[in-house]
Design a protein around this ligand. Structure first.
Ligand code: HEM
Length: 461
């Protein structure tokens, strides 16, 4: 174990509660080499056997991406879904362990059968979360029907075609401003100056949060999203829990204040729509509004930020695909965004808990079993995607599960995320056609979010 991973090993259980781990530089060059040789990924790493792979070991998530890819290929080739012991956690008794669903077909089946594969005991964390987290982080992603259906109906009502149209106009404007600022400032950290700004600004504008509170939202989401990063949060687990709960409380207070304000003075924003949405007499309670707001900020922010950062990296690393996109941006951007989300899979997994006996992929699951849906692996499944380690922006069909597979929890923000990625890429590639990643990414060490903390960029020339 390296010093970094040793320092975080005892705390890895926090990953997955939408709380990614600390970053460290990853060997991206290994990945590039792997792609240049067109041979099956497993053939390049004959030394990796199933016995070497422990998805509960923090160190595994620091492996170079190409090795991680090869490891998942080994797991997909296994006869049955592999089983892993759960890591020790500072806040809960050790759970029973979990089955890793690594094949596309298994991820799709589990997503489609919510009555068998339940989200209710926690979808975003392998260990069950302590009760005090539910107040802020227990929104619909961690619920089953009927509660999930009721909440989703109410909030979907707020995502009306008119609201979506407004999203679209806002995204264009914000992306253009980000580019103006980038051109003024010159090359630097792409994550800080580009990728992080767009989703955060959009979600704040949609919610009607005044500019004066953006810094607070950014600070709080950084704490929530970077739960193991000493840049943002204490290395002491007890203090870290306090900081995360304080950040949740601050965001809850912010949205509750906004909702109270909108009750008297309705605005043209999502908070007004959510606070007043009424389905058959049902409305969101203020606690539901607060936890949904936190889910939106966290889910909408971190995922899209990483999709945009990965896009710059991938288009740098696959210059032929970049040329192809530039040659017909409008004609190819639709399939390109799907491929960039497939390849990067910003959300690595979600968890389900089995509610009754069920046979899948030759394995008998029983009530209480935990099953972890590895979207990242499903999106590399060679039985579904030809040459999965190759970026192909024209790939079609592309049945990736980057936004989750078909089912009741399919990403609510997929439309907005697609829009953000495509508008940002259009601005980048039309205004600075030679923009590229200038070095390896500073990666999150996380089993949950395929994250990039920093990425240097250059304007070429
Ligand atoms: C590239 C960007 C994004 C990716 C990769 C992504 C991925 C996902 C995934 C994998 C799920 C879980 C599906 C499941 O459990 O079956 C999900 C759910 C969700 N996402 Fe996204 N997401 C992205 C952007 C967004 C944005 C921009 C928003 C909001 C503005 C958002 C809001 C949500 C919500 C609210 C849920 C929970 C839906 C439910 O439980 O019914 N996401 N997303």
């Amino acid at each position: 174990m390296t010093e970094t991973t040793r320092a975080f090993a005892g705390r890895r259980a926090w990953e997955g509660a939408w709380l990614p781990a600390a970053g460290r530089l990853c060997d991206y060059g290994t990945d590039r080499e792997a792609r240049q040789k067109v041979v099956p990924v497993t053939a390049q790493y004959p030394a990796i056997s199933a016995a070497d792979i422990d998805l509960s070991d923090t160190e595994f998530w620091g492996w170079p991406l190409a090795e991680r890819r090869a490891a998942f290929a080994v797991l997909r080739a296994a006869e049955h879904p592999p089983f892993f012991a759960e890591p020790e956690t500072p806040f809960a008794e050790r759970g029973p362990g979990y089955y890793a669903l690594v094949r596309h077909a298994d991820v799709a089946e589990a997503s489609r059968l919510p009555e068998v594969f339940s989200s209710g005991q926690g979808a975003t964390s392998i260990p069950d979360l302590p009760a005090e987290f539910n107040e802020y982080f227990g929104s619909m992603i961690n619920m089953d029907d009927p509660r999930h259906g009721r909440l989703r109906r109410i909030v979907s009502r707020a995502f009306t075609p008119r609201m979506i149209k407004k999203f679209e106009g806002d995204v264009q404007q914000v992306a253009a401003t980000i580019m103006d600022d980038l051109l003024d400032r010159g090359p630097g950290d792409f994550v800080e100056h580009v990728a992080a700004r767009l989703p955060l600004t959009i979600i704040c504008q949609l919610m009607g949060i005044p500019d004066s509170r953006y810094d607070q939202v950014l600070r709080d989401t950084n704490i929530i999203l970077s739960g193991m990063d000493p840049d943002f949060i204490s290395e002491d687990p007890a203090q870290a829990v306090g900081q995360i709960l304080t950040a949740g409380a601050e965001l809850a207070e912010l949205v509750t204040g906004l909702a109270a304000d909108r009750a008297g003075r309705p605005g043209d924003d999502l908070v007004t729509a959510l606070a007043t949405a009424n389905i058959d007499g049902e409305q969101l309670t203020s606690a539901e509004l607060a936890s949904f707001f936190i889910l939106l900020v966290v889910a909408g922010n971190e995922t899209t930020r990483n999709a945009i950062s990965h896009s710059l990296m991938l288009l740098t690393d696959f210059p032929d695909q970049r040329e192809l996109l530039l040659a017909d941006f409008d004609g190819r951007i639709g399939t390109a965004v799907e491929e960039l989300v497939r390849y990067s899979s910003p959300v690595i997994f979600m968890r389900r808990t089995v509610t009754r006996d069920h046979r899948m992929n030759g394995h008998d699951f029983h009530e209480g079993d935990k099953a972890v849906l590895y979207y990242w692996s499903a999106n590399q499944d060679e039985t579904v995607f030809a040459d999965p380690a190759r970026l192909d922006i024209t790939r079609s069909p592309n049945p990736h599960v980057g936004f989750g597979a078909a089912g009741p929890h399919f990403c609510l923000g997929a439309h907005l995320a697609r829009r953000e990625v495509s508008v940002m890429l259009r601005e980048l590639l039309t205004r600075v056609p030679d923009i590229r990643a200038a070095g390896p990414p500073d990666r999150l060490l996380s089993s949950f979010i395929n994250g990039i903390k920093h990425l240097p960029c250059t304007f070429g020339g």
